[in-house]
Design a binder for this molecule. Structure first.
Ligand code: LMR
Length: 335
């Protein structure tokens, strides 16, 4: 005899929760997708393709609004906004999750991955996929990894050897691994939101930065950085994330369709990211006023030796098992 009351209470709860998390009883589900880069980048293109495919396949049931260039939320507040369900999709760089998990710090370790293909292999393996679930205690669910590319070092002076970075200020993403990496060089790292980087380089608040070619070109950072050293010393990739409670409140059939769309978009973003970065590299190399410095193997080894001690500092926090799993994806494994 209590059953109907329980059933009523349960459906009232489900309805309340669905309404609170963006799946109203009637009307379309609104997904706000905010990010900090330009449209003409791998992530920017991915966000737009997601919107397009949702319109085609789920028109009327789901509406996607894309906010690029930190126009809705920026680095300082986007993850808190996601947790509060003020935005439903983000794709922050893997360097920006440190407040929620230490495991993803593995992606910031310098010279861990030989190239983007190695990063890709790691992300597809069990250890890499487990990391998508590493923030569920914080109500953050990882839906996919999206590539951008390998990072290069830019500065107001030519960085040939690690000693050249000594004494310079570098803008970094909010990652203690990246902080340690620049301190290894005798440089001063300064955490700063992406939206402020161009002005900070221009006015001399910092003299250098690390970015993939696509971020350098789309934000015209090379116009205020006369030297870019092709170090490929680390990776800047993303995790597409949602608010777990929002995500799992979406009706099953719609969520399945959304997950299929995410698979398609992920495939496209990851297939095109390397080529997009190489095209931007060529544009930058052709631009007057910027010199791209190509390192010899010996020179690159010197950067590796200078930065690699960071691995040991973070092995405890990240887990030796995760680092080992990441190392084994390189074609020429190094210890
Ligand atoms: C950065 O802050 O440099 C990057 O994480 C920006 C981005 O989203 O690519």
């Amino acid at each position: 005899m209590f059953k109907p009351i329980f059933a009523l209470a349960a459906s009232a709860l489900a309805l309340a929760s669905a309404c609170a998390y963006g799946a109203p009883a009637q009307g379309p589900i609104l997904i706000k997708f905010a990010h900090v880069v330009a449209d003409n980048t791998p992530k920017g293109q991915g966000a737009l393709l997601f919107k397009k495919l949702v319109e085609e396949r789920l028109g009327g049931k789901v509406i996607v609004e894309v906010y690029p260039n930190s126009t809705l939320f920026g680095d300082a507040n986007e993850l808190e906004a996601l947790i509060k369900n003020e935005v439903q999709l983000l794709a922050p760089s893997l360097a920006k999750f440190e407040n929620y998990t230490n495991k993803l710090q593995v992606f910031d370790l310098p010279f861990l991955f030989d190239d983007l293909d190695a990063v890709n292999r790691f992300q597809k393996r069990a250890k890499g996929r487990q990391l998508l679930r590493s923030m569920e205690d914080h109500n953050i669910v990882g839906l996919a990894y999206w590539h951008n590319g390998m990072k290069q070092l830019s500065a107001t002076k030519a960085l040939q050897s690690p000693a050249d970075a000594n004494g310079l200020k570098f803008r970094i993403q909010p990652s203690t691994v990246l902080d340690a990496q620049f301190k290894q060089l005798g440089a001063t790292p300064i955490v700063m939101p992406f939206a402020e980087v161009f002005d900070a380089l221009k006015d001399g608040t910092v003299q250098g930065a690390e970015n993939p070619w696509s971020n350098i070109h789309s934000k015209q950072l090379h116009t205020v950085q006369p030297y870019i050293t092709e170090t490929n010393h680390g990776v800047l990739d993303y995790m597409l994330v949602s608010n777990s409670r929002f995500w799992y409140t979406i009706p099953h059939l719609i969520r399945t369709e959304l997950e299929g769309i995410i698979d398609t978009v992920t495939y496209e973003v990851n297939r095109q990211a390397e080529a997009a970065n190489q095209a931007d590299r060529e544009r930058i190399a052709a631009a007057s006023g910027t010199q791209v410095i190509v390192l010899s193997e010996e020179q690159r080894d010197a950067w590796r030796k200078a930065m690699q001690p960071v691995w040991q500092q973070y092995e405890g926090a990240i887990g030796a098992d995760v680092i080992k799993a990441a190392q084994t994806v390189n074609r020429n494994q190094r210890d």
